[in-house]
Ligand binder design. Structure first.
Ligand SMILES: *Cc1c(COP(=O)(O)O)cnc(C)c1O
Length: 428
């Protein structure tokens, strides 16, 4: 559920009219709802607090890669949310947004020595190790600092899941994590090092997962590895269950609820006496954002095909081009009239710059304002200035107030980032 709804026929973000936001900020622009972010975080927090016996004082570490806007992170930080990060830049963002280091997890398949050193110095809660090679480098970096950072081993449970092959991470051939057989000796090796403090295991098998069964199977596997390690005398205090729970992009009503998901996790970990961590990205942010755009024109072909040419392109919202993702498109103030089929396209010179085919919409005209729904996760973070289109701005709404939390750059801003080579600064 989310807080984008119609008031007197026009779509609003909470109490803010999207028409007014578009008039002030221009289009395309992302608009986020604080109330939706807070509601999703609150539902997860409540469900976890109902299962403290099995999950301990569970940490919610928002996957920053889903939406890294500083005001979005600051909204979550004020609720007590932590961060799951995959680069030095994301650790810095989380810290800048007010998320304390002891709630920051550092994940990722290719962390550089410099990034590992930064994470140690920042004092992050835990570094999730994804390979033996990375473990060796972390030992060397930690030794050079006389440190012993907390680590978890990310296990690849050989159970891939997710809404698309390109967002699956837990299969045997995926690059992520350590196979089960290797995880046990690796944990022993970490325990033997005076420069590491192994605290537990992690897994994350994919994204936009719409049934609980694959996650349940992966968590059972993770539990089994934890029990084997304990039987060998190792301490396993934390299990990081990753993110990946799917959200209703199509208005589906058959997805597992947050409560069902947490109850399943509690069932699997019951009696293990670990502290759980969760790394939701999409779950918190997807339905908390829309991308607003204006119709540039309608191209009507003689064969009947209608292209709705929008001022948002694949550089602003990449998910459909990247993994055939579905985003509902709604007119902000729909006209009266029969539904018609439109192909939704952007202005970019690429044939992948198409959002959808044959969408049924009321009659559309040039200048109409539309909203791509559920665009709050993996939207703005993936945007670029391809075709020299200024980076799409971001707006955060809270009740009837709203603020531009990432302005659209001017062309002068854009050129200023590209100093000319010194031999090209004067005319020939
Ligand atoms: C991307 C990612 C997440 C978040 O995934 P969602 O599907 O957005 O919940 C969590 N953990 C790790 C390690 C990730 O790479």
């Amino acid at each position: 559920m989310h807080h984008f709804s119609r008031i007197d026929g026009a779509l609003h973000a909470e109490a803010a009219p999207l028409e007014a936001v578009a008039d002030a900020v221009g289009t395309p622009a992302y608009v986020y709802s604080s109330a939706t972010l807070k509601r999703h975080y609150g539902l997860l927090r409540e469900a976890l607090d109902d299962h403290k016996a099995a999950l301990g004082d569970a940490l919610i570490a928002f996957a920053v890669k889903a939406n890294s806007n500083l005001s979005v992170l600051a909204t979550l930080a004020r609720l007590g949310c932590g961060a799951d990060t995959v680069s030095e830049g994301e650790i810095r963002r989380a810290l800048a947004a007010g998320i304390p280091a002891d709630r920051i997890i550092f994940s990722g398949v290719g962390k550089t020595d410099a990034e590992l050193a930064f994470a140690i110095d920042a004092g992050v809660r835990q570094i999730n190790i994804e390979s033996g090679a990375e473990l060796d480098r972390l030992i060397a970096v930690a030794a050079s600092k006389g440190a012993a950072p907390a680590i978890a081993i990310r296990v690849n449970p050989n159970i891939g899941a997710g809404g698309h092959a390109k967002i699956t991470t837990g299969g045997a051939t995926d690059k992520f994590g350590v196979p089960i057989e290797e995880a046990i000796p690796l944990y022993a090796r970490a325990s033997a090092s005076p420069h590491l403090t192994p605290v537990g295991l992690a897994c994350h098998i994919g994204s936009q997962i719409t049934t609980l069964a694959p996650m349940e199977a992966a968590f059972h596997t993770l539990r089994g590895v934890a029990e084997t390690l304990r039987a060998q005398g190792h301490s396993v205090a934390r299990l990081d269950l990753g993110g990946g729970l799917g959200v209703p992009y199509h208005g589906q009503t058959d997805l597992p609820s947050i409560a069902d998901y947490v109850a399943m996790c509690a069932r699997v970990l019951d009696g293990l006496e670990v502290e759980a961590a969760f790394e939701p990205g999409r779950l918190l942010a997807a339905n908390a954002g829309v991308l607003i755009s204006r119709v540039i024109q309608v191209n009507q072909r003689a064969d009947g095909r209608r292209f709705l040419v929008l001022d948002a392109g694949m550089n602003d919202l990449m998910r459909p081009a990247l993994y055939d993702a579905f985003h509902d498109l709604v007119p902000v103030r729909p006209r009266e009239g029969e539904l018609q089929a439109y192909d939704l396209v952007g202005p970019i010179c690429e044939s992948t710059d198409i959002f959808a085919r044959d969408r049924m919409l009321p009659p559309m005209q040039a200048g109409d304002l539309v909203a791509f729904m559920s665009a709050g996760a993996y939207g703005a973070v993936l945007s670029s200035e391809y075709n020299s289109r200024p980076l799409v701005p971001e707006v955060l709404v809270d009740g009837d107030r709203w603020a531009v939390v990432r302005p659209r750059p001017t062309y002068e801003d854009m050129w200023a980032r590209e100093p000319k080579a010194h031999w090209l600064q004067t005319l020939p």
